[in-house]
Design a protein around this ligand. Sequence first.
Ligand code: GLC
Ligand code: CA
Length: 550
Amino acid sequence: MGENTFLRGPADWWRQAVVYQIYPRSFADLNGDGIGDFAGIIDRVPYLASLGIDAVWLSPFYPSELADGGYDVADYRNVDPRIGTLEEFDRMTEALHAHGIRIFVDIVPNHSSDQHEWFQAALKAGRGSAERDRYIFREGKGENGELPPSKLASHFGPEGWTRVEDGQWYMHLFAKEQPDFNWGNQEVRDDFLKTLKFWSDRGVDGYRVDVAHALIKDLADGHLPERDSYDLEVMKTDGTDDLFDRDEVHEVYKTWRQVFDQYDPPRVAVAEAWVHAHRRPAYASAEGLGQSFNFDLLVQPWNPKQFKKTITYNLAAAERSGSSTTWVLSNHDNIRHATKYGVAEGFDLYKWQHSKSKGNSLPQIDIQKGIDRARAAVMLELALPGSTYLYQGEELGLHEVFGIPADQMQDPQWFRSLGEKATRDGCRVPLPWTAEGSSFGFGPGGAHLPQPEWFAEYAVEVEEADEDSTLNLYRKALRLRKKLLDVEKYEWVRSWNRNVLHFKRPNGWHSITNFGDKPVKMPKGEVILTSTPLVDGMLPGNATAWFLAK
Ligand code: GLC
Ligand code: CA
């Protein structure tokens, strides 16, 4: 257990790191119960090492009733017995470290599971108790308190308040099984510091902080937030919104930083904060979490103008804040980008997923185009300054799985919204490792979400054998990137074609992407990698090439 001596290294290792997100229940299942486990991850450490990543980030593996895929945590300092044990966690960490791979865990501070012992104690202790004060319990409105305390929708469903037996209500911004903590309560604050020490002592290198902007709410003098939409547009921009991104939240992260800095190297963190862009640097400050997700590529379609704007904005912002930016194309909450890039121009699949989509039929997806663009996009992002977060399966070029039967869906976003919002299960389907066999090699006992037949073509085993597969492209790109990495600077190189984005790093490493469908001329230089082979020396449509200036 404990100190990770192999990975001392420089304290700023995270600045341009490539972090691979594992959704533990869907990665690899060694004991055959259909649920991915630590033993499965340990078994695949050589695979992870073969990718050339710097770190893995594990989505929650804590004990959980799975009301929200594990983001409903029943015990922050333990492991879901279906996933493993603390002892296995240590073995996994050691195995990763032995291969030079660091580990991030997911911290979920806004809410716990309703199965958490504190919430259970709060239910028992009754109104006015110290136990209830760790959460947000209030009296209802109406003659008998039968109406919710305020008009508050939840992210997933109609109601942000749920009534308990004795008549009080508790607040939950997500599912009703995810009661929000009261961060005005010192015990809550202290307990999270304890959790951070617990995992840091076990050798955890970093933290991904879930809904980092929601902890502090305006509850002063009987005030209760009201909200019927979670669109970013309705969030105040100056730190005084009554639910999100309040300035006081940074006081919390200052105390977290003090814990991180007690370790060598200091532990690092990245905030999941869906806030207005100009508010992100505060989360990324060196006195706070240190880094904050920029999801700007993830939310946008394949469009050169938008990519350029996003890249320019975020790299300038990173330079101003002193942190480094993060590039993300996919994660466990969003439709896989190969699929997002396969729709017709003008159709925004991200918007489609997040809007009321009930009854909407699926758009036509051009599978190959989606993959070509996904390959081009990852080369583009890997050539940029900043760190990159990859999501398991994207290295296989996996598409979103649509058509999971309703009775097999697990995501509360779907069933709590009564089918209004699209499910997130389609990007959480267990990975295919082999073309045949039970659950495509995910495990010997089936998979907890149904895998489609077409998964066979994308199996690790199949792609390993194919020199030109997406998997081998990722491996080559990550390996080359390590060699080519340079100071965090870049410069746009002018192109006369509006479909082309071309930039270079100071050491002469160039990346050029053709967003259009027609081939374009390649500038002079030594080509070192392409996402699609050049044709007669021309860069095909939907492709990226890296080259060294001559
Ligand atoms: C974050 C997670 C998401 C989860 C939510 C509530 O957005 O990424 O999966 O549902 O927080 O914890
Ligand atoms: Ca298992």
